[in-house]
Design a protein. Structure first.
Ligand SMILES: C[S@@+](CC[C@H](N)C(=O)[O-])C[C@H]1O[C@@H](n2cnc3c(N)ncnc32)[C@H](O)[C@@H]1O
Length: 238
């Protein structure tokens, strides 16, 4: 399969929504094209792609893993290191990772092969497309690690921590569910502290010390090399 065909499998239709990030990066290695071709379809949560579900009918998340295990969500998993780490640490949980950047998806698929974890599903798209079809209160924990910073003031409304993103997230999270946010941008912390409570979350902690089960991500390593501080915020859904 060519790179183009592999990407078509991702159901990409960029005009559907304003997504300002990147869908493609540098040319994929042939091994990565193989992962996309051989593994992605099997790992997608059933009934969530536009091909499988063009009318965007609500899905039953129990179908994702074939049982009623707790479901966690990682939004923007980048290279997938945190996602695979959490899946390996929590084998009784099912984790859905969302990432529209095809190079990141390919990196994750390579890591899944190496780690041999089975409790992951991959939504290679914007998480908002998943919010549209998930029922209320089905997610028990959400990770938002180093969301795109959008540093210019006129772009702050593109940040994930805006009501357009947070309200649908709050709807799908269970009462009492944990939301973790890591960022290296002071102004992102400011906006997070303002916006996340408005969407129905209580702040539990805001610290420079990572969670006990944290694994540093690619983006965090870059931030550390470039001398930026780390902020770890924990919220609880009301
Ligand atoms: C700065 S990167 C951080 C990646 C990774 N979490 C890390 O810490 O290395 C932010 C990622 O979020 C993804 N992203 C942005 N908006 C998204 C959305 N609406 N749904 C899913 N992923 C999104 C981007 O494609 C990008 O890969």
């Amino acid at each position: 399969m060519t790179n183009d065909n592999a990407e078509n499998q991702r159901d990409t239709a960029p005009d559907r929504r304003n997504f300002y990030g990147r869908h493609h990066g540098k040319t994929l290695r042939s091994s990565q094209k193989t992962y996309l071709q051989e593994d992605l379809e099997r790992l997608r949560p059933p009934g969530t792609s536009r091909t499988d579900n063009p009318d965007r009918t609500p899905v039953n998340p129990a179908q994702f893993f074939g049982d009623a295990r707790p479901l966690w969500l990682e939004i923007g998993f980048g290279g997938g290191e945190h996602l695979v780490h959490m899946a390996a640490l929590n084998p009784n949980v099912g984790i859905i990772g969302c990432e529209p950047f095809v190079n990141g998806v390919a990196m994750l698929l390579g890591k899944i092969r190496q780690a041999d974890v089975t409790n992951l599903r991959v939504h290679p798209e914007d998480v908002r497309d998943l919010f549209d079809i998930l029922p209320d209160a089905c997610i028990a924990k959400t990770f938002l690690n180093y969301p795109d910073p959008w540093p210019k003031a006129r772009h702050h409304r593109r940040r994930f921590v805006t009501q357009n993103h947070l309200k649908p997230l709050a709807r799908v999270m269970q009462p009492g569910a944990e939301l973790r946010i890591a960022t290296d941008i002071d102004d992102y912390v400011r906006q997070t502290l303002e916006e996340v409570p408005q969407a129905g979350f209580n702040l539990l902690s805001n610290t420079a010390t990572p969670w006990a089960d944290w694994i540093s991500t690619r983006y965090e390593q870059k931030a550390i090399r470039e001398g930026r501080p780390q902020h770890y915020l924990t919220y609880r859904r009301k």
